[in-house]
Design a protein around this ligand. Structure first.
Ligand SMILES: CC(=O)N[C@H](C=O)[C@@H](O)[C@H](O)[C@H](O)COP(=O)(O)O
Length: 502
């Protein structure tokens, strides 16, 4: 019996009737292309194709037949199929070994192959770990995860099912072939590291209509329109809104005081959106204080700076009204994202000094959100010796020493001039905070946004020199953010153009 190489890369070259590339001439070309790309073996459908491939391509072939008219198992289900595949010079034959109804009993197919074609390797195509247990007594030569997601008992699973590989290698020494929805080279590599003996890739290489659809899926929501987005930033004091183009440039902006009850905050948000949205707007972002579940668009936790905010299903409310699913994120995360977008700095800390003290951390271009959406909430780090109670319920949060309100008290203005007499303490705590976060995530730049830039360079200088005393290194990486009061709203607009989690 032939063996597949360890860590082999198998390319499945298939097109069923009705698919655009159906026909043996194309299938042979697919196999040639796969070989040129370094494939170690080919998986192919139907004796006619296999015969042609074997004439031209010098690689082992895993042969299968498919009978789509069957209700249950459909890959190589009869002894006649086996005869035809062997006759076409297949080196291996894959058999549907799922627990579904089938025309001929599975043990009979195995016995038949072993008796009449002992040189042919048998690959058991399975869908879940129960299938593996079901087929183990028949001692297949390989087990392939081909059918995960394709049976009624596995449909709806996250694919590729890498866990299935891990579970299978735990209960058997029979080599496992990772197959089915290995859609990227990274997944192929992961599959091997999860314990697969070899990996089979099909559609991602040989089904151009699937590849094209995947590209289209990433572009189709741009439609036949100018790209624009509404971005809303709901803060403790102000609710700001912008309509931007694809670059985050403001087309229109508006701001209103944040209302005193949750109900009003929501109705204000909706009317702000109404005043900004156009017929061509298909994207929306909402930035707001608190810990936000980015996936569901629900406020997980709020300090109370925005009234009745916890548990509000922002994304659902907006979607119901405007039929656009908005991306909802923490306000400082959105400001940080916009800072990253504008400056191209991939590792940064954004501190927004406002009603509270917001933080957003970008590492390798990604927003750090964590489990509950509380990532980067640096205002709630406890400053040693501080016993002020914070709006979040804890005692000692730096927010109680660094918020905009506190800054105003420290930097009092006499005859329109800023007095910096008390700024030293403020700068010391801010520098301590920056050092604490830098020690944790080692960002490249720290931007101070919100109200702090309006107090001028002297404040910045003081923070830098406090930092230099703590670290004995330059504080030049600390800068004022130049993006202004709409940074959060613009950031949420830019974020809404992205697909998936950013
Ligand atoms: C379910 C089914 O009919 N699978 C077939 C089995 O041979 C093929 O259509 C797949 O292309 C092959 O398994 C590779 O998987 P993917 O194309 O997802 O990389």
């Amino acid at each position: 019996m032939k063996m597949l190489k360890k860590n082999a890369f198998i390319v499945s070259c298939q097109a069923e009737e009705g698919e655009p590339l159906y026909g043996k001439e194309t299938i042979v070309k697919m196999a040639m292309a796969a070989q040129a790309g370094g494939a170690d073996a080919i998986r192919a459908l139907s004796p006619e194709n296999i015969r042609e491939i074997k004439k031209i391509v010098n690689l082992p072939v895993i042969g299968i037949t498919k009978n789509r008219s069957l209700k249950g198992a459909f890959i190589t289900t009869t002894k006649k199929d086996i005869d035809n595949l062997v006759d076409a010079d297949s080196d291996f034959i894959a058999i549907d070994c799922t627990r579904r109804e089938r025309p001929e009993p599975l043990p009979e197919l195995f016995d038949y192959l072993r008796k009449y074609y002992p040189h042919i390797g048998i690959i058991a195509d399975i869908a879940d770990i129960e299938d593996v247990k079901y087929v183990l007594p028949l001692k297949p030569d390989y087990i392939a995860t081909t059918l995960a997601g394709y049976t009624d008992y596995t449909s709806g699973r996250d694919l590729p099912d890498l866990d299935l590989i891990e579970k299978t290698v735990k209960i058997t020494n029979i080599p496992v072939i990772a197959e089915g929805n290995i859609s990227t080279p990274q997944y192929a590599r992961q599959a091997i590291l999860y314990g697969a003996y070899a990996v089979t890739v099909g559609s991602a290489i040989t089904r151009p209509h699937v590849i094209a659809k995947n590209f289209k899926d990433h572009l189709k929501d741009f439609r036949n329109d100018e790209i624009s987005a509404v971005g809303i930033d709901i803060g403790g004091t102000w609710t700001r809104g912008v309509l931007t183009d694809r670059f985050g440039e403001i087309i229109k902006s508006k701001k209103i005081p944040t209302a005193a009850t949750g109900k009003e905050v929501i109705s204000n948000m909706l009317s702000l959106i109404k005043g900004l949205i156009t017929n061509e707007t298909h994207f929306m972002g909402i930035a707001t204080g608190g810990k936000i579940n980015f996936k569901s668009g629900i406020v997980n936790f709020s300090t109370g700076l925005i009234p009745d905010w916890e548990g509000v299903q922002i994304a659902d409310i907006v979607e119901q009204e405007f039929h656009i699913r908005p991306k909802v994120d923490n306000d400082a995360n959105c400001a940080a994202y916009f800072q990253h977008y504008i400056t191209k700095v991939n590792n940064l800390l954004m501190i927004t000094v406002g009603t509270g003290l917001g933080g957003g951390i970008i590492i390798n271009g990604k927003i750090i959100r964590g489990i509950m959406g509380g990532g980067g909430e640096i205002g709630h780090i406890v400053y040693p010796g501080n016993n002020k109670r914070c709006t979040c319920g804890k005692v000692g949060c730096v927010e109680t020493l660094l918020s905009g309100r506190y800054l105003r008290e420290k930097v009092y203005e006499k005859n329109n001039e800023i007095s910096l007499n008390n700024i030293k303490d403020y700068a010391k705590v801010m520098a301590w905070l920056i050092d604490t976060v830098k020690t944790t995530v080692d960002f490249e730049k720290c931007y101070l946004g919100g109200v702090i830039p309006k107090y001028g360079e002297k404040v910045l200088k003081e923070i830098r020199s406090s930092y230099e005393k703590i670290r004995n290194e330059s504080g030049e990486f600390i800068e004022f953010s130049q993006l202004g009061e709409f940074a959060g709203a613009r950031g949420s607009a830019i974020l809404s153009f992205q697909k998936g989690e950013i």
